[in-house]
Design a protein around this ligand. Structure first.
Ligand code: AHM
Length: 337
């Protein structure tokens, strides 16, 4: 039975979705609720970032050799904590952690899902009060139920994702998640502390006028990418332009804007870093899934990013994602390269 209400909370929405799918056990809804809870806690700390002594370097480096801010660790621990104590997750992998964490207790060993996340993406923007986000990705495990999950459960191609989403801590806080049934966005109502359905059935416009790229790396990009960027700059009204360049340096904010308004986000390989900067499992696959489920496309410049077989947890890949027709145009430049 459909609940007839003007506003649905995240919990109500996921339960409603579950009811219309008789085989569902409720585990995915419970997992999404756990992620929603962790992100509300992270949101509280992110909002206080300018006030309390939580800023600054933690004094350690993460497994990619990047400096870790205190909030990254807080966010990581919140997500890990709620998922460990929940009833639906067998283990996690995080951008902040060297290896997978297997929860290994009776309930977790019988849970069918594993979760991967980047707890606080764009953390270089914390100190300057620019939007940052959490990205997550959920897979059905391939190992047997009843035993601890294994690394194989995490090294699955993105096309095996069951759900993926992100939380953007911006001018308002939003949680957007995708399943094969569609993409829906929920805005946090701070007065009641609930995510409420505000962006039902998000569709990425097939055309857009925004391109997002780090121009500082321009001369390090391959020829086809340079030519595509130049083409974006030269667009006139007659050929769908003019285009606008927007790049905040927080992928969650950049892709969120392009998903809603239409656009393309790119992080190509450079001569220094041929695989670019972004991580396949924690950043690219979840966004590829979300944008594809909304009607867009995502590639590594050669092939669909979700068809890449991961070989290691922290592998990086060039990444191009966005509106379908813009992606098609980009392909023509890269393929001609
Ligand atoms: P982080 O893991 O240090 O937060 O870096 C990831 C971020 C993405 O959100 C963003 O798109 C990219 O790094 C920006 O990188 P650059 O400054 O090289 O353009």
């Amino acid at each position: 039975m459909m609940v007839n209400r003007n506003i649905l909370t995240l919990d109500e929405f996921t339960i409603q979705q579950m009811r219309s799918f008789p085989a569902a056990t409720g585990e995915l809804s419970s997992l999404l609720r756990d992620i929603g809870l962790a992100s509300k806690r992270i949101n509280v700390e992110v909002n206080k970032a300018g006030l309390v002594d939580i800023l600054g370097d933690y004094g350690t480096t993460n497994v990619q050799g990047e400096e870790v801010k205190k909030l990254d660790i807080y966010a990581n621990n919140q997500l890990m904590g709620v998922l460990k104590h929940g009833i639906s997750c067998a283990g996690i992998a995080s951008e902040e952690l060297d290896d997978i964490v297997v929860f290994d207790d009776e309930v977790s060993n019988n849970s069918k899902y594993i979760c991967m996340f980047d707890p606080l993406d764009g953390s270089g923007n914390i100190d300057v009060n620019v939007s940052i986000g959490t990205i997550f990705s959920i897979y059905r495990r391939v190992s047997k139920l009843g035993i601890p999950c294994t690394k194989e459960d995490f090294l699955q191609p993105g096309n095996k994702q069951v759900a993926a989403g992100y939380v953007i801590y911006g001018s308002s806080t939003m949680l957007v998640y995708a399943t094969k049934r569609g993409v829906n966005g929920f805005t946090l109502d701070p007065q009641i502390g609930e995510f409420s359905l505000s962006h039902p059935d998000i569709q990425c416009p097939a055309d857009g006028k925004i391109y997002s790229v780090n121009h500082g790396n321009f001369f390090q990009y391959e020829q086809g990418v340079k030519e595509y960027i130049t083409c974006c700059q030269k667009k006139t009204k007659a050929d769908g332009g003019p285009y606008t360049q927007r790049y905040i340096g927080s992928m969650v904010a950049d892709v969120h804007r392009n998903l809603i308004k239409g656009g393309i986000f790119t992080y190509p390989g450079t001569t220094d870093k041929p695989n670019g900067k972004l991580r396949l499992l924690y950043e690219c696959n979840p966004f590829a899934f979300i944008v594809e489920m909304a009607g867009g496309r995502a590639t590594d410049g050669k092939q669909r990013v979700m068809d890449l077989q991961p070989t290691e947890l922290h592998q990086r890949t060039p990444f191009f994602v966005g509106s379908k027709n813009m992606m098609d145009e980009l392909d023509a430049f890269i393929k001609a390269d």
